[in-house]
Write a protein that binds this ligand. Structure first.
Ligand SMILES: Nc1ncnc2c1ncn2[C@@H]1O[C@H](COP(=O)(O)OP(=O)(O)OP(=O)(O)O)[C@@H](O)[C@H]1O
Ligand SMILES: [Mg+2]
Length: 395
């Protein structure tokens, strides 16, 4: 007797073959019913076993996929946090954990997590969660008012809100740097053109002033005055042109103190007249650096004169040559964060007779040497300029 094994969902899954021993009685209708019932039980058991097997395989695949997704999310540069509906974060990736300073597998209530998020970001995160819960995506840019910047993106999920955090500080720095370079290039071209045009008539004015000096006593005085003013304008044009021209360095090995000492000597009288102290500190075995002596003297002169001008009588300017770095620190008027940001903008000056090109030229020379220039300052406490050429240090 052949009994088909048929399941409700999969249809036929096999057959049950029953046979009698040679001289046994023939199958009855009752045997047939019992065989059909047995066939159904066997078909159900086979179907259950197949379903169990398929479920186990699906679960394994899901686990593998979950592992891969977890790896991908952890490898992401952005911080990722999923705020689940119940307000407990169900997922915090490695970048977010590092960004906000909690453990690798941080699981904590949303409120605790929000408290660990830096204040400027917290408000934006709360907003992203609120909007996400209403099914709306958000994208916010957050700045801490100093140098740091982030983007916060919120997206609704079926059961929660996905918030991603991206640190934009480096990107912003590069963007500002590119803007600065482009602006400098434009200003440089314009400055060079103007300075060139002014210099030609100035030469004529100076010659004429020299000529009229011999005519009479009053002409001598006026002629001298015109000549002096024309000379000043000419120097201004020179510094404009200097700023605009590309630099060509003539480098050699030297020490920072070789640069600093002659400049201090040249400005000794000026420093004494200003009534302040300049303290020089050098190392016994000062390392060599590679640089253009004339240009580096120009750098130090600008930093020194700025420090002297910012520090009144009784103030102190400290000059240190250490480990391939030149540090010029003063306890003068200092500057606000706003001024500090504008320091390297051409023509930015707070002095009645300043050109606002001194620090632009300093930066240009330091950049050409492949060095780094950093500034720290606080109002009424003073400023510190560091020129680091240690990367160019000779072994
Ligand atoms: N050590 C310092 N302390 C406080 N403010 C400073 C200091 N150095 C520079 N500054 C500020 O930065 C501005 C720009 O400096 P920069 O040397 O470029 O031009 P300047 O000194 O104004 O003019 P110039 O260098 O042509 O005489 C200054 O006017 C001043 O406001
Ligand atoms: Mg200056």
């Amino acid at each position: 007797m052949i009994v088909p094994l048929v399941t409700a969902h999969q249809g036929p899954v096999g057959v049950l073959n029953l046979s009698r021993v040679a001289d046994a009685r023939p199958f009855t209708a009752r045997d047939l019913n019992q065989a059909a019932s047995l066939g159904r039980q066997i078909a159900l058991a086979i179907s259950n076993a197949q379903l169990l097997d398929r479920t186990a395989r699906t679960m394994n695949e899901a686990q593998e996929l979950h592992g891969v997704l977890q790896d991908v999310i952890n490898a992401m540069h952005s911080g990722v946090v999923v705020f689940s509906q119940g307000d407990a974060p169900s997922l915090v990736n490695r970048s977010a954990a590092e960004m906000f300073g909690f453990g690798d597998r941080a699981v904590m209530p949303a409120k605790t997590l929000l408290r660990s998020i830096p204040i400027p970001l917290r408000k934006a995160t709360r907003h992203a969660i609120r909007m996400g819960k209403r099914g709306r995506a958000t994208r916010l840019r957050v700045e801490d008012g100093q140098e740091k910047a982030w983007s916060v993106i919120g997206r609704p999920l079926t059961d929660g809100v996905l918030v991603t955090f991206e640190d934009l500080t480096e990107y912003e720095r590069q963007r500002r740097e590119l803007e600065r370079v482009n602006r400098l290039a434009e200003i440089g071209q314009m400055t060079a053109a103007i300075a060139h045009e002014i210099r030609n008539p100035l030469t004529g004015i100076r010659s004429a002033a020299q000529l009229i000096q011999g005519a009479s006593e009053s002409c001598r005085e006026l002629g001298t005055m015109i000549e002096e003013e024309a000379t000043k304008l000419n120097q201004l044009c020179d510094s404009f042109l200097d700023f605009a021209r590309p630099l060509c360095l003539i480098t050699r090995e030297l020490r920072w103190s070789d640069v600093v000492l002659p400049v201090l000597e040249q400005h000794r009288a000026e420093i004494e007249a200003a009534g302040l102290q300049v303290q020089l500190q050098t190392e016994p075995n000062e390392p060599m650096i590679t640089g253009d002596r004339v240009r580096l003297e120009q750098v130090f002169r600008n930093l020194l004169l700025n420090a002297v001008q910012a520090t009144g009588a009784g103030g102190i300017v400290r000059v240190r040559c250490e480990d391939g770095r030149l540090i010029v620190e003063d306890n003068g008027v200092g500057m606000t964060e706003e001024s500090r940001q504008k320091l390297f903008t051409p023509f930015f000056t707070t002095k009645p007779s300043g050109t606002g090109l001194g620090l632009c030229n300093v930066r240009k020379v330091v950049d050409a040497h492949g060095g780094a220039l950093t500034v720290t300052s606080s109002p009424d406490r003073g400023s510190c300029f560091v020129v680091d050429l240690s990367l160019r240090k000779c072994a």
